[in-house]
Design a protein around this ligand. Structure first.
Ligand SMILES: *Cc1c(COP(=O)(O)O)cnc(C)c1O
Length: 432
Protein backbone atom coordinates (compact mmCIF):
# COMPACT_ATOMS: atom_id res chain seq x y z
CA UNK A 1 0.00 0.00 0.00
CA UNK A 2 3.03 2.31 0.23
CA UNK A 3 2.84 4.60 -2.78
CA UNK A 4 6.00 6.12 -4.19
CA UNK A 5 5.26 9.53 -2.74
CA UNK A 6 4.63 8.35 0.83
CA UNK A 7 7.63 9.47 2.90
CA UNK A 8 9.38 6.78 4.99
CA UNK A 9 7.91 6.26 8.47
CA UNK A 10 11.00 7.66 10.20
CA UNK A 11 10.48 11.19 8.88
CA UNK A 12 8.74 14.13 10.47
CA UNK A 13 6.64 14.59 7.32
CA UNK A 14 5.24 11.08 7.68
CA UNK A 15 4.33 11.78 11.33
CA UNK A 16 2.76 15.10 10.38
CA UNK A 17 0.67 13.50 7.67
CA UNK A 18 -0.74 11.13 10.30
CA UNK A 19 -1.51 14.09 12.55
CA UNK A 20 -3.25 15.87 9.69
CA UNK A 21 -5.61 12.99 9.12
CA UNK A 22 -6.31 12.47 12.85
CA UNK A 23 -9.85 13.60 13.69
CA UNK A 24 -8.95 13.84 17.41
CA UNK A 25 -5.89 16.07 16.90
CA UNK A 26 -7.75 19.13 18.22
CA UNK A 27 -8.00 17.69 21.72
CA UNK A 28 -4.29 18.29 22.33
CA UNK A 29 -5.08 22.02 22.55
CA UNK A 30 -7.37 21.38 25.50
CA UNK A 31 -4.49 20.35 27.76
CA UNK A 32 -1.49 22.07 29.29
CA UNK A 33 1.64 20.33 28.07
CA UNK A 34 4.71 20.77 30.29
CA UNK A 35 7.51 22.64 28.52
CA UNK A 36 11.17 21.86 27.93
CA UNK A 37 13.29 24.81 26.69
CA UNK A 38 10.08 26.58 25.72
CA UNK A 39 8.76 23.68 23.62
CA UNK A 40 6.12 21.12 24.66
CA UNK A 41 7.71 18.00 26.17
CA UNK A 42 7.14 14.62 24.66
CA UNK A 43 4.84 13.72 27.53
CA UNK A 44 4.53 9.92 27.61
CA UNK A 45 3.66 9.67 31.28
CA UNK A 46 -0.14 9.82 31.23
CA UNK A 47 -0.10 6.35 32.77
CA UNK A 48 1.30 7.94 35.93
CA UNK A 49 -0.29 11.37 35.92
CA UNK A 50 -2.55 12.69 33.19
CA UNK A 51 -2.23 16.32 32.10
CA UNK A 52 -4.36 19.20 33.26
CA UNK A 53 -7.34 20.09 31.06
CA UNK A 54 -7.31 23.84 30.44
CA UNK A 55 -11.01 23.90 31.34
CA UNK A 56 -10.36 22.45 34.79
CA UNK A 57 -9.88 25.71 36.64
CA UNK A 58 -13.25 26.98 35.38
CA UNK A 59 -14.99 23.94 36.85
CA UNK A 60 -13.20 24.24 40.18
CA UNK A 61 -13.59 28.04 40.32
CA UNK A 62 -17.34 27.66 39.93
CA UNK A 63 -17.55 25.68 43.15
CA UNK A 64 -15.07 27.97 44.91
CA UNK A 65 -17.29 30.90 44.01
CA UNK A 66 -20.45 29.13 45.10
CA UNK A 67 -18.78 28.40 48.43
CA UNK A 68 -17.74 32.05 48.70
CA UNK A 69 -21.25 33.29 47.88
CA UNK A 70 -23.44 30.65 49.47
CA UNK A 71 -21.52 29.08 52.36
CA UNK A 72 -23.35 26.04 53.65
CA UNK A 73 -26.31 26.75 51.38
CA UNK A 74 -24.16 25.57 48.50
CA UNK A 75 -25.13 22.05 49.51
CA UNK A 76 -28.63 22.76 48.16
CA UNK A 77 -28.50 25.97 46.14
CA UNK A 78 -25.29 25.57 44.22
CA UNK A 79 -25.67 25.08 40.47
CA UNK A 80 -24.60 21.48 41.02
CA UNK A 81 -25.84 21.00 44.60
CA UNK A 82 -22.95 19.60 46.62
CA UNK A 83 -25.20 17.11 48.36
CA UNK A 84 -25.39 15.15 45.15
CA UNK A 85 -22.29 16.43 43.35
CA UNK A 86 -21.23 12.85 42.50
CA UNK A 87 -24.41 12.07 40.56
CA UNK A 88 -23.85 14.07 37.35
CA UNK A 89 -20.58 12.18 36.85
CA UNK A 90 -22.08 8.69 36.78
CA UNK A 91 -23.28 8.68 33.14
CA UNK A 92 -19.81 9.53 31.79
CA UNK A 93 -18.05 7.09 34.12
CA UNK A 94 -20.54 4.35 33.19
CA UNK A 95 -19.73 4.83 29.50
CA UNK A 96 -15.99 4.58 30.08
CA UNK A 97 -16.15 1.33 32.08
CA UNK A 98 -19.19 -0.23 30.36
CA UNK A 99 -21.57 -0.19 33.31
CA UNK A 100 -25.06 0.86 34.32
CA UNK A 101 -25.10 4.30 35.90
CA UNK A 102 -26.23 2.81 39.20
CA UNK A 103 -23.23 0.47 39.22
CA UNK A 104 -20.61 3.22 39.50
CA UNK A 105 -19.76 6.03 41.84
CA UNK A 106 -16.78 8.35 42.32
CA UNK A 107 -15.56 8.39 45.92
CA UNK A 108 -12.45 8.24 48.15
CA UNK A 109 -9.07 7.24 46.77
CA UNK A 110 -8.04 4.02 45.11
CA UNK A 111 -6.42 1.99 47.87
CA UNK A 112 -9.19 3.00 50.28
CA UNK A 113 -11.76 1.72 47.80
CA UNK A 114 -9.85 -1.50 47.29
CA UNK A 115 -10.10 -2.11 51.03
CA UNK A 116 -13.82 -1.30 51.07
CA UNK A 117 -14.47 -3.68 48.19
CA UNK A 118 -12.47 -6.45 49.84
CA UNK A 119 -14.42 -6.03 53.04
CA UNK A 120 -17.52 -6.79 51.01
CA UNK A 121 -16.22 -9.30 48.49
CA UNK A 122 -13.37 -11.17 50.16
CA UNK A 123 -15.23 -13.41 52.55
CA UNK A 124 -13.06 -16.47 53.25
CA UNK A 125 -15.01 -19.49 54.42
CA UNK A 126 -13.52 -22.85 55.44
CA UNK A 127 -11.13 -24.04 52.80
CA UNK A 128 -12.34 -21.46 50.30
CA UNK A 129 -10.06 -18.70 51.54
CA UNK A 130 -7.50 -18.02 48.82
CA UNK A 131 -6.98 -14.94 46.69
CA UNK A 132 -5.51 -15.34 43.23
CA UNK A 133 -3.53 -12.35 41.94
CA UNK A 134 -1.23 -11.46 39.07
CA UNK A 135 2.50 -11.79 39.79
CA UNK A 136 4.15 -8.46 40.57
CA UNK A 137 0.92 -6.62 41.30
CA UNK A 138 1.25 -2.91 42.10
CA UNK A 139 2.69 -2.62 45.65
CA UNK A 140 -0.32 -0.85 47.14
CA UNK A 141 -2.55 -3.70 46.00
CA UNK A 142 -0.17 -6.27 47.48
CA UNK A 143 -0.15 -4.46 50.83
CA UNK A 144 -3.91 -4.05 50.81
CA UNK A 145 -4.47 -7.72 50.07
CA UNK A 146 -1.92 -8.95 52.64
CA UNK A 147 -3.44 -6.80 55.34
CA UNK A 148 -6.97 -7.95 54.48
CA UNK A 149 -5.86 -11.56 54.72
CA UNK A 150 -4.27 -10.92 58.12
CA UNK A 151 -7.39 -9.06 59.19
CA UNK A 152 -9.24 -12.35 58.76
CA UNK A 153 -6.61 -14.08 60.91
CA UNK A 154 -5.11 -15.90 57.91
CA UNK A 155 -1.54 -16.28 56.72
CA UNK A 156 -0.77 -14.34 53.51
CA UNK A 157 1.77 -17.01 52.51
CA UNK A 158 -1.02 -19.57 52.35
CA UNK A 159 -3.88 -17.40 51.31
CA UNK A 160 -2.34 -15.40 48.45
CA UNK A 161 -1.46 -17.26 45.28
CA UNK A 162 -0.40 -15.85 41.93
CA UNK A 163 -0.70 -16.71 38.27
CA UNK A 164 2.72 -17.47 36.81
CA UNK A 165 3.99 -16.70 33.32
CA UNK A 166 5.64 -19.46 31.31
CA UNK A 167 9.35 -19.98 31.94
CA UNK A 168 11.33 -16.98 30.70
CA UNK A 169 8.25 -14.91 29.83
CA UNK A 170 6.68 -11.81 31.34
CA UNK A 171 3.24 -12.10 29.78
CA UNK A 172 0.46 -14.27 31.20
CA UNK A 173 -1.08 -16.81 28.88
CA UNK A 174 -4.89 -17.16 28.97
CA UNK A 175 -4.97 -20.93 28.79
CA UNK A 176 -2.50 -21.24 31.65
CA UNK A 177 -4.49 -18.74 33.68
CA UNK A 178 -7.66 -20.74 33.20
CA UNK A 179 -5.78 -23.91 34.22
CA UNK A 180 -4.52 -22.21 37.37
CA UNK A 181 -8.05 -21.13 38.26
CA UNK A 182 -9.28 -24.68 37.71
CA UNK A 183 -6.51 -26.19 39.80
CA UNK A 184 -7.51 -24.08 42.78
CA UNK A 185 -11.23 -24.21 42.22
CA UNK A 186 -12.16 -25.50 45.66
CA UNK A 187 -10.04 -23.00 47.55
CA UNK A 188 -10.58 -19.74 45.71
CA UNK A 189 -12.55 -17.02 47.47
CA UNK A 190 -11.51 -14.21 45.16
CA UNK A 191 -9.58 -13.41 42.00
CA UNK A 192 -8.21 -9.89 42.23
CA UNK A 193 -5.93 -8.46 39.62
CA UNK A 194 -5.08 -5.39 37.60
CA UNK A 195 -6.84 -4.71 34.31
CA UNK A 196 -3.63 -3.57 32.63
CA UNK A 197 -0.46 -4.56 34.48
CA UNK A 198 1.43 -1.38 35.33
CA UNK A 199 4.84 -2.94 34.59
CA UNK A 200 4.38 -5.08 31.48
CA UNK A 201 1.47 -3.14 30.01
CA UNK A 202 -0.44 -6.40 29.41
CA UNK A 203 -4.20 -5.93 29.22
CA UNK A 204 -5.58 -9.10 30.76
CA UNK A 205 -8.57 -10.91 29.21
CA UNK A 206 -11.01 -9.74 31.89
CA UNK A 207 -14.08 -11.38 30.43
CA UNK A 208 -12.51 -14.83 30.21
CA UNK A 209 -10.93 -14.54 33.67
CA UNK A 210 -14.28 -13.53 35.13
CA UNK A 211 -16.04 -16.49 33.52
CA UNK A 212 -13.38 -18.94 34.67
CA UNK A 213 -13.43 -17.45 38.17
CA UNK A 214 -17.19 -17.79 38.43
CA UNK A 215 -17.04 -21.40 37.16
CA UNK A 216 -14.60 -22.06 40.01
CA UNK A 217 -17.03 -20.55 42.52
CA UNK A 218 -14.95 -17.43 43.20
CA UNK A 219 -15.80 -13.76 43.04
CA UNK A 220 -13.79 -11.66 40.60
CA UNK A 221 -12.67 -8.04 40.98
CA UNK A 222 -10.24 -5.80 39.11
CA UNK A 223 -8.04 -2.82 39.85
CA UNK A 224 -8.44 -0.77 36.70
CA UNK A 225 -5.94 1.99 37.55
CA UNK A 226 -4.10 1.48 34.25
CA UNK A 227 -7.10 0.36 32.24
CA UNK A 228 -9.74 3.02 32.78
CA UNK A 229 -9.78 5.58 29.97
CA UNK A 230 -7.21 3.44 28.14
CA UNK A 231 -8.79 0.19 26.93
CA UNK A 232 -12.34 -0.98 26.05
CA UNK A 233 -14.24 -2.16 29.14
CA UNK A 234 -17.65 -3.87 29.48
CA UNK A 235 -17.78 -4.55 33.20
CA UNK A 236 -21.53 -5.08 33.34
CA UNK A 237 -21.77 -7.47 30.40
CA UNK A 238 -18.69 -9.37 31.49
CA UNK A 239 -20.39 -9.93 34.82
CA UNK A 240 -17.43 -8.62 36.82
CA UNK A 241 -18.29 -8.53 40.53
CA UNK A 242 -16.51 -5.29 41.43
CA UNK A 243 -13.79 -2.95 40.23
CA UNK A 244 -11.87 0.08 41.45
CA UNK A 245 -9.71 2.68 39.72
CA UNK A 246 -8.04 6.03 40.19
CA UNK A 247 -8.69 9.05 37.98
CA UNK A 248 -5.36 10.84 37.95
CA UNK A 249 -3.74 8.54 35.37
CA UNK A 250 -5.50 8.28 32.00
CA UNK A 251 -8.50 10.21 33.31
CA UNK A 252 -6.55 13.44 33.97
CA UNK A 253 -8.60 14.38 37.02
CA UNK A 254 -5.91 15.99 39.26
CA UNK A 255 -3.02 14.56 41.29
CA UNK A 256 -4.29 12.14 43.92
CA UNK A 257 -7.83 12.93 42.74
CA UNK A 258 -11.03 11.07 43.38
CA UNK A 259 -11.28 7.32 42.73
CA UNK A 260 -14.15 5.26 41.36
CA UNK A 261 -15.85 1.94 42.05
CA UNK A 262 -18.01 -0.48 40.13
CA UNK A 263 -20.32 -2.90 41.93
CA UNK A 264 -22.32 -5.19 39.66
CA UNK A 265 -26.05 -4.68 40.05
CA UNK A 266 -26.46 -8.30 41.17
CA UNK A 267 -24.63 -7.24 44.38
CA UNK A 268 -25.63 -3.59 44.46
CA UNK A 269 -29.11 -4.28 45.71
CA UNK A 270 -28.12 -6.90 48.22
CA UNK A 271 -28.46 -5.20 51.59
CA UNK A 272 -27.00 -8.21 53.36
CA UNK A 273 -23.51 -7.89 51.91
CA UNK A 274 -21.24 -6.91 54.79
CA UNK A 275 -19.72 -3.50 54.33
CA UNK A 276 -18.06 -0.68 56.20
CA UNK A 277 -20.76 1.95 56.24
CA UNK A 278 -20.95 5.73 56.46
CA UNK A 279 -23.75 8.26 56.29
CA UNK A 280 -23.32 8.96 52.57
CA UNK A 281 -24.10 5.35 51.78
CA UNK A 282 -27.33 5.56 53.75
CA UNK A 283 -30.69 5.94 52.04
CA UNK A 284 -30.60 9.57 50.90
CA UNK A 285 -34.30 10.15 51.62
CA UNK A 286 -33.58 9.69 55.30
CA UNK A 287 -29.96 10.73 55.54
CA UNK A 288 -30.65 13.88 57.50
CA UNK A 289 -33.16 12.38 59.87
CA UNK A 290 -30.04 11.19 61.70
CA UNK A 291 -31.78 7.95 62.64
CA UNK A 292 -30.23 4.77 63.92
CA UNK A 293 -29.92 1.77 61.62
CA UNK A 294 -28.02 1.84 58.34
CA UNK A 295 -30.09 1.34 55.21
CA UNK A 296 -27.80 1.27 52.16
CA UNK A 297 -28.56 3.20 49.01
CA UNK A 298 -29.35 1.18 45.94
CA UNK A 299 -26.30 0.34 43.80
CA UNK A 300 -22.70 1.48 44.12
CA UNK A 301 -23.75 4.61 46.01
CA UNK A 302 -24.49 2.38 48.98
CA UNK A 303 -20.73 1.99 49.51
CA UNK A 304 -20.08 5.73 49.95
CA UNK A 305 -18.81 6.80 53.35
CA UNK A 306 -18.36 10.55 53.53
CA UNK A 307 -19.94 13.61 52.02
CA UNK A 308 -18.70 14.57 48.58
CA UNK A 309 -15.26 16.25 48.17
CA UNK A 310 -16.66 18.87 45.84
CA UNK A 311 -13.46 20.40 44.44
CA UNK A 312 -11.84 17.18 43.24
CA UNK A 313 -15.22 16.05 41.95
CA UNK A 314 -15.31 19.24 39.85
CA UNK A 315 -11.82 18.47 38.53
CA UNK A 316 -13.00 14.98 37.57
CA UNK A 317 -16.06 16.39 35.80
CA UNK A 318 -13.88 18.70 33.68
CA UNK A 319 -12.01 15.71 32.31
CA UNK A 320 -15.06 13.46 31.94
CA UNK A 321 -16.76 16.08 29.77
CA UNK A 322 -13.77 15.87 27.40
CA UNK A 323 -14.02 12.06 27.34
CA UNK A 324 -17.71 12.34 26.49
CA UNK A 325 -16.85 14.54 23.54
CA UNK A 326 -13.99 12.41 22.26
CA UNK A 327 -15.67 9.04 22.92
CA UNK A 328 -13.82 5.89 23.98
CA UNK A 329 -14.30 4.24 20.57
CA UNK A 330 -12.46 6.97 18.74
CA UNK A 331 -9.81 7.24 21.44
CA UNK A 332 -9.07 3.52 21.32
CA UNK A 333 -8.87 3.52 17.53
CA UNK A 334 -6.35 6.36 17.63
CA UNK A 335 -4.48 4.81 20.54
CA UNK A 336 -3.87 1.62 18.56
CA UNK A 337 -2.45 3.59 15.64
CA UNK A 338 -0.31 5.78 17.87
CA UNK A 339 1.20 2.92 19.86
CA UNK A 340 1.52 0.86 16.68
CA UNK A 341 3.53 3.69 15.13
CA UNK A 342 5.77 3.81 18.18
CA UNK A 343 6.28 0.06 17.96
CA UNK A 344 7.20 0.25 14.26
CA UNK A 345 9.72 3.03 14.88
CA UNK A 346 11.35 1.12 17.74
CA UNK A 347 11.65 -1.95 15.51
CA UNK A 348 13.17 0.19 12.80
CA UNK A 349 15.64 1.72 15.26
CA UNK A 350 16.82 -1.79 16.09
CA UNK A 351 17.64 -2.36 12.45
CA UNK A 352 19.28 1.04 12.01
CA UNK A 353 21.99 0.41 14.60
CA UNK A 354 23.61 -2.56 16.28
CA UNK A 355 24.88 -1.03 19.52
CA UNK A 356 21.86 -1.59 21.74
CA UNK A 357 19.02 -4.01 21.26
CA UNK A 358 15.63 -2.58 22.22
CA UNK A 359 12.74 -4.89 22.93
CA UNK A 360 9.26 -4.49 24.35
CA UNK A 361 7.87 -6.79 27.02
CA UNK A 362 4.33 -5.54 26.24
CA UNK A 363 2.18 -7.89 24.13
CA UNK A 364 2.27 -7.28 20.38
CA UNK A 365 -1.42 -8.19 20.14
CA UNK A 366 -3.30 -4.87 20.17
CA UNK A 367 -6.21 -6.46 22.04
CA UNK A 368 -3.83 -7.41 24.84
CA UNK A 369 -2.45 -3.96 25.55
CA UNK A 370 -3.43 -0.32 25.90
CA UNK A 371 -1.27 2.60 24.89
CA UNK A 372 1.78 1.71 26.99
CA UNK A 373 4.91 -0.02 25.76
CA UNK A 374 7.45 -1.23 28.32
CA UNK A 375 10.82 -1.05 26.60
CA UNK A 376 13.93 -2.91 27.68
CA UNK A 377 17.39 -1.96 26.40
CA UNK A 378 20.02 -4.70 26.28
CA UNK A 379 22.57 -2.33 27.87
CA UNK A 380 22.70 1.24 29.24
CA UNK A 381 18.96 1.40 29.92
CA UNK A 382 19.29 3.84 32.78
CA UNK A 383 21.69 6.08 30.84
CA UNK A 384 19.32 6.17 27.90
CA UNK A 385 16.47 7.08 30.22
CA UNK A 386 18.55 9.91 31.66
CA UNK A 387 19.33 11.18 28.17
CA UNK A 388 15.64 11.06 27.23
CA UNK A 389 14.69 13.02 30.36
CA UNK A 390 17.35 15.67 29.71
CA UNK A 391 16.08 16.11 26.20
CA UNK A 392 12.42 16.75 26.82
CA UNK A 393 10.93 13.26 27.01
CA UNK A 394 8.82 12.59 30.08
CA UNK A 395 8.67 8.80 30.49
CA UNK A 396 9.06 6.58 33.47
CA UNK A 397 11.80 4.27 34.71
CA UNK A 398 10.86 1.12 36.59
CA UNK A 399 13.44 -1.06 38.28
CA UNK A 400 15.11 -3.24 37.29
CA UNK A 401 15.28 -2.23 33.63
CA UNK A 402 12.08 -0.97 32.06
CA UNK A 403 11.37 2.35 30.36
CA UNK A 404 7.62 2.78 30.26
CA UNK A 405 6.28 5.01 27.52
CA UNK A 406 2.61 5.76 27.07
CA UNK A 407 1.44 7.84 24.11
CA UNK A 408 -2.02 8.97 25.18
CA UNK A 409 -4.53 9.48 22.35
CA UNK A 410 -6.20 12.54 23.91
CA UNK A 411 -3.17 14.81 23.93
CA UNK A 412 -0.24 13.03 22.31
CA UNK A 413 0.25 13.06 18.57
CA UNK A 414 2.22 11.16 15.96
CA UNK A 415 4.85 13.90 15.92
CA UNK A 416 5.52 13.21 19.62
CA UNK A 417 6.15 9.59 18.72
CA UNK A 418 8.53 10.59 15.94
CA UNK A 419 10.39 12.95 18.31
CA UNK A 420 10.73 10.17 20.85
CA UNK A 421 12.29 7.95 18.18
CA UNK A 422 14.73 10.74 17.18
CA UNK A 423 15.80 11.42 20.74
CA UNK A 424 16.20 7.72 21.55
CA UNK A 425 18.32 7.34 18.42
CA UNK A 426 20.51 10.26 19.56
CA UNK A 427 20.69 8.73 23.02
CA UNK A 428 22.06 5.47 21.62
CA UNK A 429 24.66 7.34 19.58
CA UNK A 430 25.72 9.41 22.56
CA UNK A 431 25.97 6.82 25.28
CA UNK A 432 27.39 3.77 23.53
C1 LIG B 1 -1.63 3.93 40.57
C2 LIG B 1 -2.03 2.68 41.25
C3 LIG B 1 -2.33 2.67 42.62
C4 LIG B 1 -2.21 3.89 43.47
O1 LIG B 1 -3.06 3.84 44.57
P1 LIG B 1 -3.54 5.16 45.33
O2 LIG B 1 -4.39 4.66 46.40
O3 LIG B 1 -4.25 6.02 44.32
O4 LIG B 1 -2.30 5.88 45.81
C5 LIG B 1 -2.75 1.46 43.18
N1 LIG B 1 -2.86 0.34 42.44
C6 LIG B 1 -2.56 0.33 41.12
C7 LIG B 1 -2.71 -0.94 40.33
C8 LIG B 1 -2.11 1.49 40.49
O5 LIG B 1 -1.80 1.47 39.21
Amino acid sequence: MVSTNTPPINTISYAESLDNSDNLSGFRERFYLPLHNGEPCVYFCGNSLGLQPKSLSTYVDKDLNQWKDLGVEGHFKSETPWLTAHKPLAPSIAKIVGALESEVVAMNTLTVNLHLMMVSFYRPKGKRFKILMEPGAFPSDQYAVESQVKFHGLDPKEAIITFEPKEGEEILDLEEMINTIQQHKDELALILMGGVNYYTGQYFPLKEITEAGHRAGALVGFDLAHAVGNVPLQLHNWNVDFAVWCTYKYLNSSPGGISGIFVHEKHGNNKDIPRFAGWWGHNEEERFLMKEGFIPMHGAEGWQLSNVPVLIMAAHKASLDIFDEAGMHRLIAKSRKLTGYLESLVELLNKEQDKIDISSITPKDIEARGCQLSLVLSIHGKLAFKYLSENGVVADWREPNVIRVAPVPLYNNFTDVFKFYRILKDAIENIS
